[in-house]
Design a protein around this ligand. Sequence first.
Ligand code: NAD
Length: 297
Amino acid sequence: MTAEPTADLIDGKAVAADLRARIGEAVAGIAREAGAAPALAVVLVGEDPASQVYVRNKGVAAKKAGMRSIEHRLPAETGEDEVAALVRALNDDPAVDGILVQLPLPAHVDAARIINEIDPAKDVDGLTETNAGRLMLGKRGLVPCTPQGSVMLAGTARESLSGLHAVVLGRSILVGKPLAMLLLAENCTVTMAHSRTRDLAAVCREADILCAAVGVPRLVQGDWIKPGATVIDVGINRVEEGGAARLVGDVDFEAARARAGAITPVPGGVGPMTIACLLRNTAVAAAHRRGLAAPEI
Ligand code: NAD
């Protein structure tokens, strides 16, 4: 009897824990040399329950890494100008190294305007036009966290990403587009696919590295996977199954695992890397702002 081939699991929790330990050491070094720990300021507008959990988790993680965590919670009805004024005050505060505005913002607040108020040197989400442009131009800057973590995980499964064909499903500003740019910087041949792509299955079957960031539960079927491919599942979808809520990715995990060479689980794959990369960006921003060498993390 031949056993079903089973992909290696890419353990995002373990990779993130390792990264966080290295960040902790870098943060201690920055605090020693600069006389103050790096500080991350998070702005939350409104009472969205998921956002409240994310903000709490980010604060806890920052403190665990030895950083100072500053939270600004504003009521849902706060006006756009008031949110912008808070961001400008944080820009001007020399004690603040990183600023993160939790998305989504309430509908009456223009998120693009608020994000672009952030000083690019403190933009630890990497979403300002300056940092997005720098990524496009191949210049150093602060890079969005989830794409950064996704590429790190792909890198754990392969000796080199250079020359591999990477297919990115999804073209959002937050994930798909920056992920494609990062893979290009790793010398992958990159294909971007999205909701208007014809024959998505055929495009996916070409992928050595398949990254799914669409937000559709189990969209990617097992037979869309090239045998031996590395599958990075960015999707986090809440579904009701058997009367219970559970989280699933954009990939049919069990079916894909039978064909892939390596695959990230959901949860426990890309998710834990996002916060770790946020801490990484904050440490990098802090070192840069204080004239210290970029930490080797
Ligand atoms: P988004 O809704 O902004 O973008 C989704 C993209 O997928 C779009 O570009 C769209 O063209 C494409 N798409 C939608 N339906 C499709 C289909 N049927 N076929 C092909 N393409 C399709 O979402 P996002 O912010 O990029 O997030 C994507 C997923 O990643 C979501 O599940 C989200 O929860 C998850 N996410 C996870 C993390 C993390 O930390 N792991 C972070 C951010 C987002």
